[in-house]
Unconditional design. Structure first.
Length: 165
C-alpha cells in the first residue's frame, strides 16, 4: 500500500500546511505550475517527489521535470501531465499521450478546478487536485490524498487548506 499526496498549481507559493497534511504520505505528486526550483527542493527534501512542469514554469523547473510523467505504483499505471482539458474534451498533447495507451489513473492540473471523475472514454480515473497556490481564480486551496493498494485506488480525501490570500 502506497499513500499519495497530490497537489498542483503552487506557482511558487508552498503553503506550510501542506507538510502537515502530507506528513504520512509515501510520495508527493505535483501536477505542474510548480513555480520555482525551491518548491521542488522543499518537496523532495520532505518526501519522494514525482512531478511535471506546467505552462508557466520556467527553464529551471523544466530542466528538473518532464512534460508528461508515466510511471507505475504497485499495479496502477499512472500518467501525469499539466494541461489536459477535461474528460471528453482533451487538449491535443494529452490526447496524443492517451492514444498511446490509457493509464488506470490520469493526473493533471492547470484548470485550478478540483475534479475527480471516471472517464469511460479511456476507462480511467481522472484526478485534478485543483490549486494550492495564491495565484489564479480559485477561492479555496485544495489537495488530494489517497492510497494505492495493488490495482486499487482508494481512500480518497479532499483537503481544503483555506481561502487563498
Amino acid at each position: 500500500m502506497v499513500k499519495i499526496g497530490l497537489l498542483s498549481d503552487t506557482h511558487g507559493d508552498l503553503d506550510p500546511k501542506i507538510f502537515h497534511y502530507f506528513k504520512d504520505v509515501d510520495e508527493i505528486w505535483h501536477a505542474g505550475d510548480i513555480g520555482t526550483v525551491e518548491v521542488i527542493d522543499q518537496l523532495r527534501a520532505f518526501k519522494p517527489l514525482r512531478a511535471v512542469y506546467g505552462n508557466v514554469d520556467g527553464y529551471e523547473v523544466r530542466m528538473e521535470t518532464p512534460l508528461h510523467n508515466r510511471f507505475r505504483v504497485e499495479k496502477v499505471d499512472v500518467l501525469m501531465t499539466h494541461i489536459a482539458g477535461k474528460p471528453g474534451k482533451y487538449a491535443k498533447p494529452a490526447y496524443e499521450e492517451l492514444q498511446k495507451g490509457a493509464p488506470k489513473l490520469f493526473v493533471c492540473g492547470h484548470s485550478h478546478i478540483l475534479l475527480v471523475k471516471f472517464d469511460p472514454q479511456f476507462n480511467m480515473l481522472w484526478m485534478n487536485p485543483g490549486a494550492c497556490g495564491n495565484k489564479g481564480f480559485h477561492q479555496v486551496k485544495t489537495l488530494l490524498r489517497f492510497r494505492i493498494t495493488g490495482d486499487r485506488i482508494h481512500d480518497l480525501e479532499v483537503i481544503e487548506l483555506e481561502k487563498r490570500v
